[in-house]
Design a protein around this ligand. Structure first.
Ligand code: CA
Length: 364
């Protein structure tokens, strides 16, 4: 029996093979609906990139398997179908049905989108998920993207990132002055105020830029991804923590019209798969980062070191100023910031008494 009769785009296939009276086809739920969908998903990641990119392929495979082939998603790496940073526009226009990237890449269009990836000195992965799923975060996100005809879903988290790779030592805030660093999102604005020049580059261009001296420093993700890019071969100092991204949430974007065309059971499946990927990606990073950091600490050519507290205090001060200034002029930002910080400020005591206190205990 040939049940995979994809017709492309959003159109539904006209028919499905009939049950012949026995065999698994007669018992499967596939007979409930004949609609089949073949979607395209564009991303900002190199194809099948560890963590960020693999997650989307996992999502596509799970959805296809669990829907018995009724929803097939073809995943494209950044630049394969549209440029790496144009996933949002492609989904918004309906050029493709789906996209996967980080919401802070759209800060030029919607500043408040940055809250849904990461805010410097903001929430970690567990807190961000608490806010998304139980604290009203997803509702605020959907309201923000509705004018662009995009339905967003949390879909992945890297966990706390690293501060990044530097070709010079950072001993005081003065050492940030004149530094040209690849750092996207609000973190980039923060270092601009500290006298540095932030640049945004897709992952695929980072290594060459750092190696040739086009940039002096870069943050990317964490040991797992950074080693995969060979960044340890292009800079000596590896600073932590990732003050700029304390738990970067990734996003799945679905075009509103495409979303509305899906029957409820396939909508439920996409939603479940996206939530599963959020857990899955964090697991992959937790494992991969542990192994890769050990490898870097064993490398005599690399120095893994913490940022001085004074540098972090300066960066935190600039962050607070930017958040407050934006709230004064941007009602959408203000509304989301109030919800975000109301939860974060309640959460800090709990995190300190549990995760932080426990890890300090384990390190005794
Ligand atoms: Ca990053």
């Amino acid at each position: 029996m040939k049940r995979r009769q994809f017709v492309g785009g959003l159109a539904a296939a006209a028919s499905v093979a009939a049950c012949t009276g026995e065999g698994p086809e007669c018992e499967s739920g596939a007979a409930q609906s004949s609609e089949m969908f073949e979607w395209s998903c564009v991303t900002s990641w190199p194809p099948k990139y560890p963590g960020l990119g693999i997650a989307v392929n996992n999502l596509a495979e799970r959805v296809e398997a669990a829907s018995d082939g009724r929803l097939k998603i073809k995943v494209y790496g950044g630049g394969e179908l549209v440029p790496a940073f144009e996933a949002f526009d492609a989904v918004s226009r309906g050029t493709v049905e789906m996209g996967h990237d980080a919401s802070y890449y759209h800060k030029g269009k919607i500043a408040a989108a940055q809250f849904f990836t990461a805010i410097p000195f903001g929430m970690n992965a567990a807190e961000l998920n608490g806010w998304f799923y139980y604290g009203g975060g997803i509702e605020l996100w959907r309201e923000l993207y509705a004018p662009f005809d995009i339905v967003p879903f949390p879909c992945g988290n890297t966990g706390v990132q690293m501060g990044g790779w530097f070709n010079r030592e950072i001993n005081s805030a003065k050492d940030l002055e004149g530094l040209k660093m690849r750092i996207p999102g609000l973190g980039g604005e923060v270092i601009r105020r500290a006298g540095a020049t932030p640049v945004t580059l897709p992952g695929s261009e980072i290594f060459t830029s750092l190696q040739t001296g086009a940039i002096d420093a870069t943050e990317w993700v964490g040991p797992y991804n950074d080693v995969a890019f060979g960044l340890h071969k292009a800079a000596k100092y590896y600073y932590y923590p990732g003050w700029q991204e304390p738990g970067a949430g990734l996003e799945l974007m679905v075009n509103s019209e495409a979303w509305a065309s899906l029957p409820p059971e396939l909508q439920a499946l996409v939603e479940l798969a996206a939530q599963a990927i959020t857990t899955d990606m964090l697991a992959e990073y937790t494992h991969g980062n542990a192994l890769a950091l050990q490898q870097l600490k064993d490398n005599p050519d690399i120095e893994v070191r913490p940022f001085p507290d004074d540098v972090l205090r300066v960066l935190k001060g600039h962050t607070q100023d930017i958040v407050d200034e934006q709230s004064a002029s941007d009602p959408a930002w203000k509304k989301i910031a109030e919800s975000y910080y109301a939860f974060m400020n309640k959460s800090t005591d709990n995190q300190m008494a549990t995760e932080v206190a426990f890890l300090n205990t384990r390190a005794l």
